[in-house]
Design a protein around this ligand. Structure first.
Ligand SMILES: *[C@@H]1O[C@H](CO)[C@@H](O)[C@H](O)[C@H]1NC(C)=O
Length: 341
């Protein structure tokens, strides 16, 4: 009979449409987790950035922490960003590793630092039980802790894109030396990286925030010991350039620095001075681009409004070593990726 056949076909088509719609619109496997952080009542936001820190207070970690407390109070900070290498030398051994308490909870004790921390993983964190730092159970030990591989933080005037950069670096896979990396959740690496790049690209393209900040552990442009991270330069940087990112903030090199190049509108900021520093090897060909470099310990502050960003770098005595700021018109038409409402 003809009628049931048509019904079957229609049902089949409707079913296929539902399946396809589900595949296209449903939560993709790799989609980045999103968090929200409100601005202050006046619409402004301030936060500190520290990286490469967890050494049980050693190598001036405690001195940096004390000044973070002082500056955090003064700027009335909303949260803290960690650029990774949270626990030395080999991440956490598990969720019960006392290093979590000894290198984090017992170090950053100032009132002003009792705020949310947003952290990424560094290469040293991958040398331990990588899942431990990502385990939400740590929140029960210290409610400030939040560490994910890659995620998005929306703070109204600014959107942050935290990117897991360690898996980009080929050498950890091909020349691990005597280190053992915990690649659970990363393999197969090719898929992991292509999904991550796709997710970051899509999230950046869809972002309506006035400012876009990308945070990763590894350098894109650095005059420090490690220099530029080639794989991140070739694979991630073009996506950041294409989507009008304002700041790229990283650690990895144990220093404080700012690089601005004429071929990019992104400011490259390193805050990796949370503990061991003074490596002593600095090289950048163009002194015009290297706006600031400090080989010692310290941290960075960021203050933002809808139209203005101001950063500062501090040493372990709280001295301001360097300042930089920029403004953006309320309705920007300069950048094709800006949204005008
Ligand atoms: C601690 O900081 C001071 C002042 O910058 C510096 O002279 C000293 O070498 C640092 N100590 C270590 C172990 O890096």
């Amino acid at each position: 009979m003809a009628v049931p056949r048509i019904e079957n076909t229609l049902f089949g088509l409707a079913f296929m449409t539902l399946v396809l719609a589900g595949m296209l619109a449903g939560p993709c496997e790799g989609e980045l987790e999103r968090f929200e952080h409100p601005t202050k009542a006046d619409g402004s936001l301030s936060f500190l950035v520290v990286g490469d820190w967890g050494r049980r207070g050693g190598y001036n970690q405690s001195a940096v922490a004390i000044q973070m407390g002082v500056v955090g109070e003064k700027l009335d900070i909303d949260f803290i960003v960690s650029t990774g290498d949270n626990f030395y030398d080999d991440g956490l051994t598990g969720i019960d590793d006392p290093a979590f308490d000894e290198s984090f909870s017992k170090i950053y004790t100032a009132d002003s630092l009792q705020k949310q921390w947003y952290s990424v993983l560094g290469n040293h964190d991958y040398r331990g039980d990588v899942l431990a730092q990502l385990n939400p159970i740590l929140v029960k030990l210290d409610s400030r802790w939040l560490c994910l591989r890659s995620f998005i933080l929306n703070a109204d005037i600014v959107e942050f894109f935290f990117v897991d950069t360690t898996p980009f670096a080929e050498k950890y896979f091909t020349e691990p030396e005597d280190h053992v990396y915990d690649w659970r959740g990363v393999l197969p690496r090719k898929n992991y990286l292509s999904n991550l790049l796709k997710d970051v690209d899509l999230a950046l393209r869809e972002s309506r925030a006035k400012w876009k900040i990308v945070v990763g552990h590894h350098t894109i442009k650095s005059a420090g010991h490690h220099g530029n991270t080639d794989e991140v330069v070739t694979q991630l940087l073009p996506i950041l350039e294409a989507n009008g990112v304002d700041l790229y903030i990283n650690g990895h090199d144990h220093c404080l620095q700012q690089i601005s190049t004429s071929d990019s509108s992104i400011q490259f900021l390193t805050s990796g001075g949370g503990s061991k520093a003074w490596r002593g090897d600095i090289s950048w060909l163009n002194p015009e681009e290297l706006k600031f470099y400090y080989d010692g310990q310290g941290f960075m502050s960021v203050q933002m409004t809808e139209t203005r960003v101001d950063i500062a770098f501090y040493d372990i005595l709280g001295n301001i070593l360097h300042k930089w700021g920029a403004s953006k018109a309320l309705y920007s038409i300069i950048n094709e990726n800006s949204h005008v409402y």
